[in-house]
Design a protein around this ligand. Structure first.
Ligand SMILES: [Zn+2]
Length: 493
C-alpha cells in the first residue's frame, strides 16, 4: 500500500531550523544515513534512545510504503578521544588496556550493541558498513579534496583547510556557527601544531610507530579521521546527495559540520536534504556520566540491578517510556517515570486483549475514521509519538467503555480499530506485547515439563526407545535435558 501518496510528512530540518514538508529525491524511495556507535564500550542508554528515534522514523516511513535504504555505520577505527584530533584512538586505547587485539574490542562491543538493540526490538538497518571496511574509499575522497585545493599534507597527515573552504562555502551552517567567531574564541595554535588553523580537522593522521591500527596510504602509514568515514559510506551507498542524515544532537558540531564540508569540497553539492537530530536522555535530572555514578546501562534496567531503580523493567516498557517523549526533546529517566510508563504500557496491552473479545453490534459513538486520521496527523507532524500515544489511550478509553456495554461498535469499525491500533503499536512504535511473549514461553515450559514426565515414566517402564526418542527430538529442537539429583531440568538454546 502506498500510503505516502496521501500522507504529507513534515520534519524538523536542523539545516533550516524549521519544520519542512518532506519530499524525497525520488518519489517512493528514501535514503537515510544515521551515525552509528563507536564500538569501544557497552552501548549506553542515551545512544539507545537516539537509535530508537531513528528506528521509529524508519518504521513509519516503511509503514507509509516508502522503500527505505537505511544505512547505519559501525565506527571501528579513527575515533580519537578528543574532537580536536588529539588523544588516542578510543578502540586502540581499550585494546591496549585489556591487552587484546583492537578487532577483539570491536567484535565484543558490536555483539553487545546488536544484542541490546535486538532486545529493544529494533529493525536492522539495510546496510551496516564499517570504517575499516572502507579505507580505500576514504583515501580516494582525501585525494579528491587535496586535488581540489581544500586540504593540505603535513608530515604524513592530511588536514581539511576550513578557512579556505569557508571562502567559497559556508562552514558552520548546520550548527549556526560563524567561522570568525570560532577563530576569535579559540586558543592560538601551539608551535608544534601541524594545522594551519585550529578549526582544520584531520582527514588522515600519520600513525606513530606504537599506533596499532594503521593502513598504508599515499601519505604513509596512518588512519582516517573520524568525520571522513561517514562521508565515504553515505556517498557510496546513498549517493552524493541523499534524503535524510540523522544522529544525536551532540554530533551536530563538529562531526556533521565536517561531513558537510568534506562532501561539498569533494562533490560541490550539498550532501543531505534533511538533517534530523535526536535529543539526549538525562537520568534523575542530570547528565548521565560514568564518573559521577549517575549512569545506567540497558542490562541494569532489564535486571533491576542498580540502586537507582526499585525493580527491573522490560525492554518493551523502556521503549514505550522513550517514545512517550518527542525525539527532539530532552527526556529525563527516573524510577518514577518508568513505573508510570509500566502502568500505561499494561493498560494499553490489556485493552488490546479486550479489543479481541469485544462483541460488535452496531455503529457506536467512537468515530474510528476520525481517530485514525488523528494518529496519522500526529506522526506526520515530525513523528510526534507522544501525541500518537495519547490517541492510542483515547482508543483504550472507548474499548473499555464498549467492553462495559456503555458504548457500541460495529463489526467494520472493530476491524478498522484492530488493524490501526496493531499497526501503530507493533509496526510503527515497535512496542512488543511482552505478556504475550511471556505467555508463549510459559506454554513452552509447560509442554517440555510434560515431555519430561512422559520420559520419566517410559524409563521406569524400561521403554528406553521412547525415553531416548523424547530426549533426541528435544535436542534437535534446541532443548537440552539435564538429569540431576533433584530431577530433570532443561535449557533452551
Ligand atoms: Zn557520522
Amino acid at each position: 500500500m502506498q500510503l505516502f501518496k496521501s500522507q504529507v510528512v513534515r520534519v524538523t530540518n536542523s539545516l533550516s531550523g524549521k519544520k519542512e514538508v518532506f519530499n524525497p529525491i525520488k518519489a517512493g524511495y528514501i535514503g537515510m544515513y544515521v551515525c552509528g556507535p563507536t564500538v569501544y564500550s557497552n552501548v549506553h542508554l542515551g545512544n539507545c534512545r537516539t537509535f530508537m528515534s531513528f528506528d521509529m522514523i524508519y518504521r513509519y516511513f516503511k509503514h507509509l510504503g516508502f522503500k527505505v535504504r537505511y544505512v547505519r555505520n559501525i565506527t571501528d577505527a579513527g575515533h580519537l578521544e578528543n574532537d580536536a584530533d588529539e588523544g588516542e584512538d578510543k578502540i586502540a586505547k581499550k585494546a591496549k588496556l585489556e591487552q587484546i587485539e583492537p578487532m577483539e574490542v570491536v567484535q565484543r562491543y558490536t555483539v553487545d550493541f546488536h544484542n541490546t538493540l535486538q532486545q529493544f526490538n529494533f529493525l536492522p538497518p539495510s546496510i551496516e558498513p564499517t570504517a575499516t571496511g572502507h579505507i580505500i574509499e576514504q583515501i580516494e575522497i582525501i585525494k579528491d579534496i587535496l586535488a581540489k585545493g581544500f586540504a593540505y599534507e603535513v608530515n604524513g597527515s592530511v588536514y581539511f583547510d576550513v578557512v579556505k573552504f569557508n571562502e567559497t562555502n559556508e562552514y558552520g551552517k548546520l550548527s549556526g556557527r560563524k567561522l570568525e567567531d570560532m577563530i576569535a574564541n579559540t586558543r592560538a595554535l601551539a608551535a608544534q601544531d601541524e594545522k594551519k588553523n585550529p578549526q582544520d580537522f584531520a582527514l588522515w593522521k600519520k600513525a606513530e610507530p606504537q599506533h596499532i591500527m594503521r593502513w598504508p596510504s599515499p601519505w604513509g602509514d596512518g588512519f582516517p579521521g573520524w568525520h571522513l568515514e561517514c562521508t565515504a559510506m553515505s556517498t557510496k551507498y546513498l549517493g552524493e546527495t541523499f534524503d535524510i542524515h540523522g544522529g544525536g544532537m551532540d554530533l551536530k558540531f563538529p562531526h556533521h559540520e565536517c561531513e558537510i564540508a568534506q562532501a561539498e569540497a569533494s562533490n560541490q553539492k550539498s550532501p543531505v536534504n534533511y538533517w534530523l537530530h535526536a535529543n539526549m536522555l538525562t537520568l534523575n535530572g542530570k547528565k548521565m556520566s560514568k564518573s559521577t555514578g549517575n549512569n545506567l546501562y540497558p542490562s541494569e534496567i532489564f535486571s533491576g540491578d542498580n540502586n537507582l531503580l526499585s525493580k527491573p523493567y522490560s525492554p518493551a516498557v523502556v521503549r514505550f517510556f522513550m517514545l512517550q517523549a518527542h525525539y527532539t526533546s530532552i527526556l529525563d529517566l527516573s524510577d518514577d517515570a518508568l513505573l508510570a510508563s509500566e502502568k500505561g504500557y499494561s493498560r494499553l496491552m490489556e485493552a488490546l486483549g479486550n479489543l479481541e473479545s469485544l462483541v460488535a453490534t452496531k455503529k457506536g459513538e467512537f468515530d474510528i475514521e476520525a481517530w485514525r486520521n488523528n494518529c496519522y496527523k500526529a506522526m506526520n507532524d515530525d513523528f510526534n509519538t507522544p501525541i500518537l500515544i495519547s490517541h492510542l489511550f483515547e482508543a483504550v478509553k472507548h474499548i473499555n467503555l464498549i467492553k462495559e456495554n456503555k458504548e457500541r461498535i460495529s463489526e467494520s469499525d472493530k476491524e478498522l480499530l484492530q488493524k490501526t491500533i496493531h499497526e501503530f503499536i507493533f509496526d510503527v512504535l515497535g512496542i512488543e506485547n511482552q505478556s504475550a511473549m511471556e505467555g508463549d514461553s510459559n506454554t513452552l515450559s509447560g509442554v517440555v515439563e510434560l515431555l519430561i514426565e512422559l520420559r520419566n515414566s517410559a524409563r521406569i517402564n524400561k521403554d528406553f526407545a521412547t525415553s531416548d526418542k523424547i530426549r533426541d527430538e528435544l535436542i534437535a529442537l534446541g532443548i537440552q535435558l539435564k538429569d540431576g539429583k533433584e530431577g530433570t531440568t532443561f535449557s533452551i538454546n
